[in-house]
Ligand binder design. Structure first.
Ligand SMILES: NC(=O)C1=CN([C@@H]2O[C@H](COP(=O)(O)OP(=O)(O)OC[C@H]3O[C@@H](n4cnc5c(N)ncnc54)[C@H](O)[C@@H]3O)[C@@H](O)[C@H]2O)C=CC1
Ligand SMILES: Nc1nc(O)c(N)c(N[C@@H]2O[C@H](COP(=O)(O)O)[C@@H](O)[C@H]2O)n1
Length: 239
């Protein structure tokens, strides 16, 4: 799949929200939470249903964000439903290719790298093998895969992100979903640096997976971009 061109005005719009050099005062990565939602705040038609929301030009924006992050993290629901590639297909004019390290949650070890879309992209040389978050020792270690072993089935985001930085040197992390993960991390005070939301001109209905955290969240430094059919909102949590 080739990408639509990146719209000229997007880099300057996104620039203040891109990862900053690692802070000497923090030992967690720079964290961006990003997703594409419908007008009724749904990110898919239902659990386990891969749903296209973004217009090709906002899909390219997502790949531009992937270009600027060291890692990209998704939850088990998304991993099993979407079989995602999680690589970066956007290439700047100078040809400097970069792709993030996928980080996937698979606590109960149901997923295999071999045969997945990530594996296909890795074999083609256009994607990296993932870090898999597992509960307890991995049942089988797959070649190329890194394992982040947790001993508590309820993962603490702050601890997890710090470990991704200290053990795997990932100093910026893009969290793409799904619903449970986004709703959880948005509620963690001081954990999220930037929020980038694509709003598609579609309505997905009550059965859809919703982005709506437990409590309200105030945003600051808000910026909007409008495209052919979608809008993008960039912001920072006001904590
Ligand atoms: N439009 C968009 O931008 C995106 C849409 N999606 C869609 O979202 C849907 C999946 O969302 P969800 O079902 O909410 O799944 P999810 O991807 O958020 O994963 C939730 C699962 O991850 C595990 N998990 C999450 N937090 C955990 C924690 N703190 N400790 C331990 N385990 C934890 C649990 O197994 C939980 O059931 C799919 O339909 C997918 O297509 C996913 C990503 C982006
Ligand atoms: N930006 C965006 N727009 C949509 O309409 C989407 N459905 C998603 N989904 C996310 O992208 C992942 C798929 O990535 P690959 O194209 O396979 O690399 C999917 O797993 C969701 O995280 N994103």
């Amino acid at each position: 799949m080739s990408l639509a061109p990146l719209r000229d005005d997007l880099p300057s719009c996104l620039e203040p929200y891109l990862p900053q050099p690692p802070s000497a005062h923090s030992d967690r990565p720079f964290v961006t939470v990003t997703w594409a939602q419908s007008l009724d705040a749904r990110i898919s038609k239902g659990p386990g249903i891969r749903t296209a929301i973004s217009h090709p030009e906002t899909k390219t924006m997502t790949h531009y964000l992937r270009y600027h992050h060291a890692g990209i993290l998704i939850g088990t629901g998304t991993l099993l439903a979407d079989n995602p590639g999680l690589n970066c297909k956007w290439v700047p004019q100078n040809g400097d290719r970069r792709t993030p390290k996928p980080v996937v949650m698979d606590l109960s070890q149901k997923w295999r790298f071999e045969g997945s879309q990530m594996w296909e992209l890795y074999k083609k040389g256009t994607g990296k093998p993932p870090i898999v978050i597992v509960l307890g020792e991995p049942k089988a270690r797959e070649t190329g895969v890194g394992y982040l072993i947790v001993d508590d089935p309820s993962v603490k985001w702050d601890t997890l992100l710090r470990r991704l930085r200290s053990e795997f040197r990932l100093d910026s992390m893009m969290i793409e979903g799904g619903g449970r993960i986004i709703n959880d991390v948005l509620m963690e005070a001081g954990l999220v640096d930037s929020i980038v939301v694509t709003i598609g001109s579609t309505i997905l209905g009550k059965n859809g997976v919703e982005v709506s955290p437990m409590h309200s969240l105030t945003l600051k430094h808000i910026r909007w971009w409008t495209g052919t059919t979608d809008a993008i909102m960039c912001a920072q949590p006001d904590v």
